[in-house]
Design a protein around this ligand. Structure first.
Ligand code: NI
Length: 185
């Protein structure tokens, strides 16, 4: 089932999301399936639960559209539950980012190129892995959502000033998107 994507200005995007009791969370498998379906329909490569209105620490990535950027052997579709990024390193890299909750906006964001992350996968196995390059970028963006942070919080101050009116427009429901959205107050 395709879920509406919550737009910038919706308070749920600003909540620090909570860990879940994954083994007992109602309909978790269905929720994950719905999130993947929603993400693919909207042409996204990542989607976090707060973006579908749920303040829980869960996000999914589907790097199929950027498979060239993914190391061989790494699954393109992955689920991260109760994740914790506990190490960041490598080079500080500037790269353009966008977000399904801020349709049409693309801005450079500087992030470390490498992370180590602990999480539960979709089968509730405990994982502890290192990611770098594009996958690390997407994971950091989605992880931010579970902390109530959106990518525009991380753009350079000058750019932030220049996009102020666009951010304000989102909060007033003035945006265009090719997928189902929702501005919840
Ligand atoms: Ni996003």
């Amino acid at each position: 089932m395709i879920l509406p994507i919550y737009i910038y200005g919706s308070p749920v995007l600003r909540e620090v999301a909570k860990d879940i009791d994954a083994a007992n969370y109602p309909n978790l498998k269905e929720l994950i399936a719905d999130m993947f379906e929603t993400m693919v329909e909207a042409d996204g490569v990542g989607l976090a639960a707060p973006q579908v209105g749920l303040p829980i620490r869960l996000f999914c990535i589907d790097l199929t559209p950027v498979a060239d950027e993914v190391p061989k052997g790494m699954p393109l579709k992955q689920v991260f539950i109760n994740a914790e990024i506990y190490e960041r390193g490598g080079a500080e890299v500037k790269m353009g980012e966008g977000c399904l909750s801020l349709p049409g906006l693309n801005e450079d964001v500087v992030r470390p190129s490498k992370i180590r992350i602990r999480y539960l996968d979709e089968n509730l196995n405990e994982r502890d892995e290192e990611f770098d390059g594009y996958p690390a970028r997407v994971i950091q963006h989605e992880y931010d959502h579970t902390d109530g942070v959106v990518f525009t919080d991380r753009v350079a101050p000058l750019r932030k000033n220049l996009i102020k009116s666009k951010l304000l427009a989102f909060t007033k429901g003035k945006y265009r998107a090719s997928y189902r959205c929702k501005l919840a107050k």
